[in-house]
Design a protein around this ligand. Structure first.
Ligand SMILES: Cc1ncc(COP(=O)(O)O)c(C=O)c1O
Length: 314
């Protein structure tokens, strides 16, 4: 079994030069966490690191978690189990896939190849996953399992963003704006929590929601980060709700064009579910004058490139 200490990578903060940014008198960098690990990529590495250590300490033999057929979290958990000596069990949304492996997404196929035992739940049962009695039943049924929530967001996942925030503070001590994609809100919460520790001037942390009507995430992010939405202070954060197109996993023509434009201009790949919307949100905010001249902006590349299968490029 590999050591968990290998789960720590210093990734580049790459400057992005473009006349658009010169015109607005801002500086822009992208934090290349898509390069932090070949199979447990981006934000997943930070979210899983302390959870894997905890699972090991508790003597658990397997990791059990939940996700959709294209979930980066499912892919990363299966890969982490394979690399670090845990069995993995995935509860997947959609029982129509149970007996049709030929219809499995590349994500599910790879997870299966990495040894993940797949259980398919119908959508109604899947919704039970956050209920206490369902959790207790699962824990009884799988006593050797360490249970991770959907998306991997919990307090130990948040802790994983301390090192990332430290890296950012070292690489660009006076950054003013940080853009990150939001699914369950854990990544944003981690960035908010630790950004304030490494600065003495206000920072703006902007989460671009990738799903519709995502304001329900605000209390969770407040609770996990310990910082109120829009509160004045060293780490001021906001959840941006207007850049998710038609909703989760859907890439409308504008967002698709933005992704293609970005990839062509900077030769950096984006994923079609998360980082595409983060970039779109940033560019729209820049166009509408929300980023003042003199700002130093970091775009967080949270990975997700395993989802770039032809099937998913809508
Ligand atoms: C590549 C990528 N970026 C960003 C996110 C959003 O992270 P979170 O669920 O912590 O908000 C996810 C989803 O989990 C993801 O897979």
């Amino acid at each position: 079994m590999k050591s968990l200490n290998t789960l720590q990578e210093f990734t580049p903060l790459t400057p992005l030069n473009h006349p658009l940014f010169d015109e607005k008198a801002i500086q822009v960098w992208i934090k290349r966490d898509d390069l932090n690990h070949p199979t447990i990529q981006g934000n997943k590495l930070h979210k899983l690191k302390y959870n894997l250590a905890e699972a090991g300490q508790l003597g658990k033999k397997s990791l059990l978690t939940f996700g959709g057929a294209y979930s980066n979290h499912i892919a990363a958990t299966a890969a982490a189990g394979y690399s670090y000596g845990f069995k993995t069990i995935g509860f997947i949304r959609g029982d129509e896939l149970a007996n049709q492996p030929e219809k499995w997404s590349p994500t599910l196929q790879t997870a299966y190849q990495n040894g993940m035992q797949l259980h398919f739940l119908n959508r109604m049962d899947y919704r039970q996953k956050t209920r206490a009695h369902f959790f207790q039943q699962l824990q009884q049924q799988f006593p050797d399992s360490y249970i991770l929530p959907e998306g991997g967001t919990n307090n130990l996942a948040i802790q994983g963003f301390e090192e990332l925030s430290q890296q950012l503070a070292m690489q660009c001590p006076d950054w003013t704006h940080l853009y990150s994609a939001v699914g369950t809100g854990g990544t944003l919460a981690g960035l908010i929590k630790f950004s304030a520790f490494f600065c003495n001037q206000p920072r703006h942390i902007l989460g671009v929601a990738t799903l519709k009507q995502a304001s329900y995430l605000i209390p969770t992010i407040e609770q996990l980060s310990g910082v109120r939405h829009n509160q004045q202070g060293l780490a001021q954060w906001q959840l941006l709700l207007d850049y998710c197109g038609q909703g989760y996993g859907k890439e409308n023509s504008e967002i698709y064009a933005t992704r293609k434009w970005f990839e062509e201009q900077f030769d950096i790949p984006l994923d079609p579910v998360y980082t595409n919307k983060m970039i779109y949100g940033f560019l729209e905010q820049l166009a509408t004058g929300n980023i003042p001249p003199g700002s130093k902006v970091i775009l967080y590349h949270s990975g997700g490139l395993q989802g770039r299968s032809p099937e998913k490029q809508i």
